[in-house]
Design a protein around this ligand. Structure first.
Ligand SMILES: [Zn+2]
Length: 237
């Protein structure tokens, strides 16, 4: 006998993180959701009929209905497209950046734990890439850097870059500074410094991201690498 509780159908906004064919006609779909973080689902018959699931493609937002099961994978009942991002899905540079944003989220986001703000941060990146990705690589990489900093913030790992994390002394402007990812930001020499020395241009790029100023491409790329390492430092296991 199945209890009513185990058949409860839940809803979430969701993006596809990974699709894996299973047996003859099924699909295992891993989602990033606003409701439960990462969610693994079994979509029975998804490769035979698109009736219940439309076509399941990454980069678009779906409204999904699913039922929890005791054995791990939830059962996907319905997936309805709510935000289609066609321009993004045909722009290779933007898709690569979207992929990196999705990887960051998967790295930081625990399974079965709601983090709606992280989901919103990812959606904002995807929307920007869809609407303005045609403006080119410079724009695309700035959006990724912005998203990365926001994601670290909502995940509770905001980098403190204006002042030393240890003594609070303001970072001197127009100078390079040491950053420690383990300690969460800038560490002045007197407090031992950090494992990497960041050029003044990188700090200028960070300021430019939130203003109308233009960030220098090389500095933005270095910032993205910093974020990538920061995300790896805080990976959920
Ligand atoms: Zn200090």
């Amino acid at each position: 006998m199945t209890s009513a509780h185990s058949k409860q159908v839940l809803e979430a906004r969701a993006l596809i993180a990974k699709k894996t064919p299973y047996q003859e006609a099924d699909l295992i779909v891993n989602w990033l959701t606003d409701r439960v973080g990462q969610l693994g689902t079994m979509a029975r018959g998804a490769r035979k009929s698109t009736r219940r699931f439309t076509s399941l493609e990454p980069l678009h937002t779906y409204a999904i209905c699913y039922a929890e099961s005791m054995q791990g994978l939830a059962s996907l009942r319905e997936a309805r497209l709510v935000t289609v991002r066609s321009a993004l899905a045909s722009n290779l540079d933007a898709m690569a950046v979207a992929g990196q944003g999705i990887r960051w989220l998967r790295t930081l986001l625990p399974h079965k734990q709601a983090e709606p703000r992280a989901f919103v941060v990812l959606e904002l990146l995807l929307n920007a890439l869809d609407e303005r990705g045609h403006e080119g690589r410079g724009f695309i990489e700035c959006e990724l850097a912005k998203m990365g900093l926001d994601l670290l913030k909502v995940a509770g790992y905001e980098l403190q870059l204006d002042a030393c994390v240890s003594c609070g002394r303001p970072r001197p402007v127009d100078r390079s500074a040491y950053v420690s990812l383990a300690r969460g930001g800038v560490v002045c020499r007197a407090c031992g410094g950090g494992e990497r020395l960041l050029d003044a241009g990188v700090f200028e790029a960070i300021a430019a991201l939130t203003s109308e100023a233009t960030a220098e491409d090389g500095a933005v790329r270095e910032l993205v690498l910093l974020i990538d390492d920061a995300v790896a430092t805080h990976a959920v296991v």
